[in-house]
Structures are given as C-alpha cells and as structure tokens.
Write a protein that binds this ligand. Structure first.
Ligand SMILES: Cc1cc2nc3c(=O)[nH]c(=O)nc-3n(C[C@H](O)[C@H](O)[C@H](O)COP(=O)(O)OP(=O)(O)OC[C@H]3O[C@@H](n4cnc5c(N)ncnc54)[C@H](O)[C@@H]3O)c2cc1C
Length: 582
C-alpha cells in the first residue's frame, strides 16, 4: 500500500512537471466536452469519474500507464477517466461518451506498448484533435473459477479488468496446484487487452495462447448491446480472440479454459556472459533446440549488454539469460537438457521445484521476496520509457549472422532482445483458426526492446532510432514477404490509420475503401491472410467505426460511416442513446 502511494506520488510529480499541471493549460482540444459527459454520467448514476478539473485526474489517468513515453506533455490527454463498477455502468459510460461526441479509449491493464488505451497519436492526424474519454475497466476485475469434480479441468469467467496476476492467483486458489491458465508472464498486464491480441506465455508451447483457450465472451458493442458468443456470432467471436483490442467493442469478460498442471514444476534462470562469439554460439544452439523440446519445456533467451542478472553482480557486457520452465520434476528437466542442450551449462543451473503458481511469481519480474499474494497487486512498480518491435523467425540464423547481430547489441546496453520459443501446441493450431497467424513453421519470436529513464529522456529519439536501425539490420535474417509482427507488441512504425486523410485535401483517393487498403500495410504483417476476414468482422460489428485507434481494423466504408465534429471525428450516434440487451 505504501509502495502504491509512493508510486502515485512519483507519477503525479512527473505528470505535473511534464504537463504543466493536472488541470487546464495543456492543449489537447478537449474544451468543455467533458461537462456533457459528466452530466450524462451523473444522470445515469455513474460516480467514479475524474475530469481535468479534478485533483485526482492525474492519478486516475496515470495509475496503469505502463510506458512512460506516453505519460508526459507530448501525449494528448483525455477529457475524463471513468471507472465503471458494473456491466450497466460500462454501457452507460460508453453511451455517454458517444453522446458527448467523445472518442472512446478502453483500458484494462494500461500496458499497450503505444499507449493506445489512454492517449491518441500524432500520426492519426485529424483524430488527434478529437476529444476522447478513457473508460477504464480496472474495477471490473472479478475472476470466477469453476473446477471440474476430478480437478483435471475447469473454466473461469475473467472480467476484462482483472490482471493476469489476479487471474492466476484466483485459479490457483480455487484449484489448489491442479489448474493453470496459459497467458503472459507479466502479472500487471490486463486480460482485456492481452487476450484481445493473443497472449503468449510460458505455458504456450503446451497449451497455446490465452486466446486459444477462450470458449465464450461478453462483448458490449457500439449500440450498447450485451453479446455472448451466440449473440455476436462466430465471425465476431473469431475476431475478438486475437484481432487486437479497441476495435470490436468492449469485452466485459472472457470465459477461459483452464489446463491441468503437475503439482511440482521446475524453474530456472541462468545468465551466461562471454565474448560476442561465445554468446552467439549459445544462442545458435538454442535456436536449434528450444523450438523442438518436449511441449512441457519452455526455454527463452534474453540477449543484451546490460541484462539485469549480470547487473545484479555489478557486471556489464554482452550475455544471454535463459529462462526455463518444465512441467515436471527437476531430475527430468536435467535429463532432457543433458541430452538436448548440455551447452547451457548444467553444473550451476540450479533448477528449482515449486508449484505452478510459485513459478508465476518466479518469472513475474516482481522484486525478490515477493509472494503469491503479491500477484494481485495491479500496479507495476518499475516503470520506464520504452520502444519495442517484433519479428518471427522460420529458419535459424547462421553463427556468423548471430555474431554480427549480437556484436551490434553489445554496443548498445539500453537495448536487448527476447527470443520466445514456439513449436509444440503453437504448431497445432491452424494459421486461420484465430486471427493470430504465426503458427507452424515459426520457430521463435523476437522482441526488440530499448528502455530508458527520465534522466535520459532527452535522448529518446536517438534510442528509438537505434532500435529502428537494428531492426532494419535484422531484416536480412527474417521472413520478408511480409515481414511479420505480433499485435500485442504493437509498433506504430508499421503504419497508422488516417481516417480522413484519404478523402480530403488535394489528393482525394477515389477507391472504395482507401482506409482498408492503407491498413493492409500493417494489418497483413500482424495477421497475414486473416486481415480480410477481420475487415469483414469489423464491418459486421462496428460499421461506423466507433471503436478505433491508430492501428485498429477499419470497416468497409471506413470514414464514410463517421461524422466529423468541430473537434475532429466523432462517431455518429444513431440512436437516442438507449441501450438494449440481445
Ligand atoms: C511489462 C509488459 C509485459 C508484457 N508481457 C507480455 C507477455 O508475456 N506476453 C504477451 O503476449 N504480451 C505481453 N505484453 C503485451 C501485452 O499483452 C499487450 O500490451 C496488451 O495489449 C496489454 O493489455 P492491457 O489490458 O494491459 O493493455 P491496455 O493498454 O489497457 O489495452 C491494450 C489495447 O486493448 C484495448 N482494450 C483494453 N481493454 C479492452 C477491453 N476490455 N475490450 C476491448 N478492448 C480493450 C485498448 O483500448 C488498447 O487498444 C506485455 C506488455 C508489457 C508492458
């Protein structure tokens, strides 16, 4: 609690310094649109709302902002942040935002890499001047777990505002050590945005993505209808499981399948420093081994010149950290590694047996000494500024190629890469079964990251340019037609929507769907051949493009279905604002 108060203070200070104060004074075009919104909310009895005039505004906005790159003055700020406490309040919040002409930003965990749940982007051109409201689902964080009588299977209804940590905690508490949920490793990520983009984690080689395990959902659409799987239909149900957040409507809750895990699992983290060539040689072996290990075995590789495991020992220099989880006892894990990956170094590997939920804490990045109950803390206390990009790899690189790439990484200690092994269950899902297409044939993902702090934020362009340059360099070694990416590691460098740009100005694009064709540039990189089906699903569920952001899927007809307010583009409110259930 003390930590939380301290963090809020630090964030508030940052906000005040960078934005010139918590209320007024920042030109984000919100004008007085916020008052229409609050009057509507008050009439509906929705109480938890803060506007720019409120002293609590900065804290409400910044509490779950994960990438501080979007916390400062440069990022447009919402007219208001509303935190609905029930399904009805969620519907009312969305209805009131539309009635007030505010663009909607849905937020669950606030971990969007490009800040799309709480800001708009300069790249969206006209949309930038739109006033908008954040509808934050943080209070909708209930997890109801059902465990089958034999304790070998179960399901859970997970409200979108529940973080992954809250979800894992609830699943473990209800099932003992028997059941788990397959999703990402960071406990403060929200299930709303995470599952909407796929959701890869340490169990994915065994049980697939989080989205692969969704069996039902509750979606509130632009008209306020509350739609279950049957109500929304299979095309939309397909789209919401991986087609990205903020595009289809607000997911109120997901029903997910739980998977049986052994009572004891084995976990290790081991760091191997060395010369560029020796690190490259280890990574080369990893590339030939990790994607083909038994499904129960996940071993990822982090490569960089200032990895935390080495920094802890007051050392720097290029190194690789392997993080391993085996769904079974330590002696089996060691047997497999002895046969398949002895180069990892077995003598000091120190594999530890623990319950699955303890392994979640082990890999969570929470401070040393954290316990299972700390998984329910919604706030990540170590925030920084970062930029990320991603790739998928289908063929291992040669040793010389790795030496060149790792040589470059050794010169930029602010950057590192995460290599996540695919294969196993990831291969057994068809690339069109869900929007996430990176299945059989992809041996691992690459996530490129560069991070910095407030102290050197003046150098942010330099850092981001370095990452872009390194990504360009890596283009030689990854599939290019198209060069693929993971929507949950959102990267606006791939392109952004420009809702009116194609239809105004000197060069009017006369083609029937210019927005859809423009978005293909990045849509096919995230979704390959699934892009067109996503466009059709979007046209079915949200033809007026109420739910949109810089990289949301456009509907056929695009901006034609939207009206333009004096402040930018507003969704057309077609009804008198009343809502109805399906
Ligand atoms: C520290 C960190 C660790 C991560 N680890 C992993 C990992 O291990 N595996 C992995 O796959 N990804 C990982 N990610 C990426 C993460 O999955 C995505 O950023 C995800 O979109 C975050 O979801 P959120 O709800 O926290 O984010 P938000 O910022 O709240 O939302 C992200 C997007 O989804 C939309 N959205 C949010 N809630 C809803 C809703 N209820 N209905 C509809 N749309 C909604 C938002 O409008 C926004 O467009 C990580 C990210 C961070 C910052």
């Amino acid at each position: 609690m003390a930590n939380l108060a301290l963090l809020s203070l630090v964030l508030l200070r940052l906000f005040v310094v960078q934005a010139g104060g918590g209320g007024g004074g920042v030109d984000d075009g919100i004008g007085d649109d916020g008052s229409l919104f609050t009057a509507c909310l008050a009439a509906a009895g929705v109480g938890n709302v803060t506007t720019r005039q409120s002293p609590a505004y900065a804290a409400a906005l910044l509490v779950s902002v994960q990438n501080l790159r979007f916390a400062g003055a440069g990022a447009p700020k919402p007219a208001a942040v509303v935190v609905p406490a029930s399904l009805q309040e969620l519907r009312d919040s969305m209805r009131c935002a539309r009635a007030a002409g505010l663009v909607l930003r849905l937020r669950s965990g606030g971990h969007s890499y490009e800040g799309l749940s709480y800001t708009t982007t300069t790249e969206e051109d006209d949309d930038r001047s739109s006033a908008f409201a954040v509808v934050d689902l943080a209070a909708l964080d209930r997890v109801d777990v059902h465990v089958d009588a034999d304790r070998r299977a179960g399901t859970a209804w997970v409200q979108s505002g529940a973080t992954l940590g809250q979800t894992y905690h609830a699943v473990a508490a209800a099932s003992g050590p028997a059941l788990a949920f397959s999703a990402g490793s960071c406990p403060t990520v929200g299930s709303g945005g995470h599952i909407a983009g796929g959701g890869f984690g340490l169990l994915s080689r065994k049980f697939g993505l989080a989205a692969d395990n969704v069996v039902d959902a509750v979606l509130v659409d632009a008209a306020g209808r509350v739609l279950s799987r049957a109500g929304m239909g299979e095309d939309v149900f397909w789209a919401i499981r991986g087609g990205g957040g903020g595009t289809w409507g607000a997911v109120y809750a997901w029903r997910v399948r739980l998977s049986a895990v052994p009572e004891r699992v084995t976990a290790f983290v081991v760091n191997r420093p060395g010369s560029v060539r020796s690190v490259a040689s280890l990574v080369s072996t990893w590339q030939h081994v990790a994607p083909w290990l038994p499904d129960e075995f996940y071993v990822s590789a982090f490569v960089g010149a200032a990895l935390p495991e080495l920094k802890k020992l007051n050392r720097t220099g290029i190194s690789v950290t392997f993080k391993g989880l085996y769904l079974g006892p330590a002696h089996e894990a060691l047997q497999i590694l002895t046969a398949r990956f002895p180069e990892i170094g077995l003598s000091d590997l120190d594999p530890r047996e623990m319950s699955w939920i303890e392994s979640v804490v082990f890999f969570s990045g929470l401070p040393e000494g954290s316990t299972v109950s700390d998984l329910t803390d919604r706030v990540l206390h170590q925030k920084n500024y970062f930029k990320a990009k991603s790739d998928y790899v289908r063929r291992p690189m040669t040793l010389d190629q790795l030496v060149r790439a790792i040589g470059l990484l050794s010169e930029q200690p602010k950057a590192y890469v995460i290599l996540d092994p695919y294969g196993g269950a990831m291969d057994r899902v068809g690339s069109g079964d869900l929007p996430f297409p990176h299945r059989k044939g992809n041996i691992h993902g690459i996530q490129y990251l560069i991070e910095w702090t407030a102290d050197d934020d003046d150098h942010k362009e330099e850092y981001m340019d370095w990452l872009r340059w390194f990504y360009d360099f890596m283009g030689e070694y990854v599939p290019k037609k198209p060069r693929t990416a993971y929507i949950n590691y959102m990267d606006l460098d791939l392109g952004t929507n420009n809702w009116f740009g194609h239809r105004v100005g000197g060069d009017v694009d006369e083609s029937p769907n210019p927005e859809v064709e423009a978005a293909r540039a990045w849509g096919e990189r995230y979704f390959l051949g699934n892009y067109d089906r996503l466009v059709r699903a979007k046209t079915l569920i949200d033809p007026e493009n109420v739910f949109r952001n810089a990289q949301s899927i456009p509907p056929l007809g695009g901006a034609q279905g939207m009206t333009r307010s004096t402040r930018g583009i507003s969704p057309k409110v077609t009804s008198n604002g009343s809502t109805h259930d399906s």
